[in-house]
Design a binder for this molecule. Structure first.
Ligand SMILES: [Fe+2]
Length: 295
């Protein structure tokens, strides 16, 4: 693949950057949740200034290329789900073939990370569908294996077809996005109606929306929200785009928020024992999903 489309050495670099911006605890986290918007803006700026060059370049490409038109074309290309028939385990093993250039911190695989997330959710006594969501929530990253550039697989997601929130990190890079010149896309509501509900809103293309479409007939609404919006940091961490939401969205975002700590902070160096865990997860997968899914 063209290297200019993969500035990150590993997809985890994006997640590491999220952890810097949204630290789990400590004074940073507290000040981030303070109500002074000027202070928040300043901190955002700091994170941008301190980002690795690879992360900066990743966001530059993402904000440059995620246009309304691009999203529509990817939806058409993928959401017919005509590529593969795979069981959940086959998809997990397929995702595991995704080898990043280097993640010097760890020799853990994508599957290990997903098992860690699920195991922490299980440990905390959450419902079975919540555990299953932890296990599968990043399976959409197989988009990388179809040849999609990193900027069309990961990254904080945001609505397209309306103006970009000032709270989206690296907002300045939107200056290069062709939608900048489209009058109707530069309005607060853009092509949408106030309170229309997120289901009607096209999000920047990535692994969340793809996986949502694969599993949408099989999981409870709460789980589907977690999967579909777990990368929508501008909304679930910064409270933006409320004006596009309906009542269901607002209610369900409590679950998206509940899921976020498991997504960001549960990855450890301890390798999960797949042999030991397999029977539990086989049972869980069979409880919710048919034998194979369309991808
Ligand atoms: Fe994710």
């Amino acid at each position: 693949m063209d290297d200019s489309n993969r500035p990150l050495a590993a997809l985890e670099e994006w997640e590491d950057f999220l952890k810097q911006r949204y630290p789990e605890k400590g004074p940073d986290r507290e000040s981030f949740q303070a109500t002074n918007p000027e202070k928040k803006k300043e901190e955002f700026r700091n994170y941008e200034d301190n980002a690795r060059p690879s992360v900066r370049e990743f966001y530059r490409l993402n904000h440059r290329h995620q246009t309304y038109e691009f999203v529509q074309s990817k939806r058409k290309e993928y959401l017919g789900l005509k590529r593969k028939q795979m069981t959940v385990w086959e998809a997990l093993e397929y995702l595991n073939t995704l080898v990043d250039d280097s993640d010097p911190d760890t020799d853990l695989s994508q599957l290990d990370h997903l098992l860690q997330t699920a195991e922490q959710i299980r440990h905390d006594g959450h419902p079975r569908w919540f555990i299953l969501t932890g296990l599968i929530h990043d399976l959409g990253k197989i988009l990388c294996l179809y040849g999609e550039p990193q900027w069309a697989v990961v990254g904080d997601t945001f609505p397209v077809g309306c103006s970009w929130s000032k709270r989206i990190v690296f907002h300045d890079f939107f200056a290069e996005n062709p939608d900048r010149r489209e009058e109707r896309f530069q309005q607060r509501l853009g092509v949408y109606e106030a309170g229309c509900g997120l289901d009607r809103v096209a999000m920047s293309w990535g692994h969340d929306e793809y996986l949502y479409n694969v599993v949408k007939d099989y999981l409870p609404t709460e789980a589907l929200y977690m999967i579909r919006y777990h990368s929508f940091y501008p909304a679930h961490r910064d409270g933006e785009y409320d004006y596009l939401m309906n009542e269901q969205d607002r209610k369900m975002f409590q679950w998206v928020k509940a899921f976020n700590p498991y997504d960001l902070y549960t990855k450890s160096h301890k390798k999960p024992d797949l042999q030991e865990l397999r029977p539990f997860y086989d049972g869980l997968i069979n409880e919710y999903f048919p034998k194979t899914l369309s991808w």
